[in-house]
Ligand binder design. Structure first.
Ligand SMILES: [Zn+2]
Length: 356
């Protein structure tokens, strides 16, 4: 009866997989506000309670766990509608020699056990392109409303600069999980500190190109959605563990001139205002060192157009000093927005109003 003993050992191993890990692998996130509450993998609400001591959980918002508390096996069986043996195999990462569905198995058990793959730009870029492809196949209308509400034509931003609305993160993450190893997705920075998809609610994905590579992605949160899933002053989500870049590195030409603004929306706004594409954006005024990238040194002239507020002013001055030190050959001019306008998007919106 060696087989039986083996299976019992596997079963015990499966029961010891943390509920939290199983929930994450099912695409759920913990509630930001309440301890031990999770988004239910079936109905999505935050009424899934986890008891860490007993490693059991129950949804109080739907019938997923049939009103009982379940262990990791029970949760996986209920959510994936699979049998007991299959659940044990998935949770313990048993690979069936005949089966093909092994990615999902790895997803549950390999978390944090295997050593990390060093991030590799080529591989990351491949995953990012894939994510953009998946997202652009989803409903783009919320992205269109977002941008056009700020005076920026959707078709232009989408086709020219690759801005893409991610309407259904869960589907996107499932597809990525089926196509890449867990470690590959983790090292691409798409997974947050809780182990779930970093972009876990609908938002606008902005690719940062360097040549043909996508080197960074920023997830812009729609104004109406701010404060709903995250703290209110969080306007965008960055990749985890991936160094931030400048947006618009491809718009820098050797010996040319460029305008530097705060954020992609302002960069696009300046392009609409001037009709020129030599605009780059820093992902936030706290990120001065991001500006000091070698490509900047190629420029003959850089105009800095930071927001007309305290942060913007401080940023401009510090940047001027640091650039002068690092790239003494680049001429730097500090510009300001016209009186009464705080940033480029306000400027664009005002012009649009006048023109209308
Ligand atoms: Zn539920």
């Amino acid at each position: 009866m060696k087989k039986m003993a083996e299976f019992k050992a596997l079963m015990e191993k499966a029961r010891q997989v943390r509920m939290e890990v199983v929930l994450e692998s099912l695409g759920s996130n913990s509630s930001e506000k309440e301890r031990n509450k999770w988004h239910c993998p079936a109905h999505g609400g935050t009424s899934f309670h986890v008891w860490p001591e007993s490693n059991r959980g129950q949804c109080f918002g739907c019938n997923l766990t049939s009103g009982r508390n379940v262990d990791p096996l029970g949760l996986l069986m209920a959510t994936r509608r699979i049998g007991f043996v299959e659940a044990v195999e998935q949770l313990t990462g048993v690979v069936r020699t005949s089966g093909g569905q092994n990615n999902q198995v790895q997803r549950v058990t390999k978390k944090r056990q295997t050593k990390r793959i060093t991030p590799c730009p080529e591989m990351n870029s491949r995953i990012y392109y894939h994510l953009f492809n998946i997202a652009s196949g989803q409903d783009q209308s919320a992205g269109k409303i977002y941008l056009e509400g700020r005076g920026i034509p959707w078709e232009w931003a989408h086709s020219r600069f690759g801005l893409t609305w991610l309407q259904d993160p869960k589907i996107a993450f499932d597809i990525l999980n089926d196509n890449y190893w867990n470690e590959e997705i983790e090292s691409s920075g798409l997974v947050n500190s809780r182990g779930g998809f970093g972009y876990w609610f609908p938002l606008l994905l902005v690719p940062y190109f360097d040549g043909d590579y996508i080197v960074d992605i920023e997830g812009l949160i729609k104004k109406e959605d701010r404060g709903r899933n995250m703290n209110e002053d969080v306007k965008s989500l960055a990749l985890k563990g991936i160094p931030r870049h400048l947006w618009g590195l491809n718009h820098i030409s050797k010996g040319g001139e460029a305008v530097l603004v705060e954020g992609v929306i302002d960069a696009l706004s300046v392009m609409r205002l001037t009709g020129e594409e030599n605009v780059i954006a820093v992902p936030g005024v706290g990120q001065i060192e991001k500006v000091l990238q070698p490509k900047i040194g190629l420029l003959a002239h850089l105009r800095v157009l930071a927001d007309r507020d305290e942060h913007g002013e401080g940023f401009s001055k510090q940047l001027r000093d640091q650039l002068a030190f690092k790239f003494p050959n680049v001429e730097i001019t500090l510009n300001r927005y016209p009186e009464g306008l705080n940033d480029a998007n306000e400027w664009l919106m005002k012009k649009t109003l006048i023109a209308a």
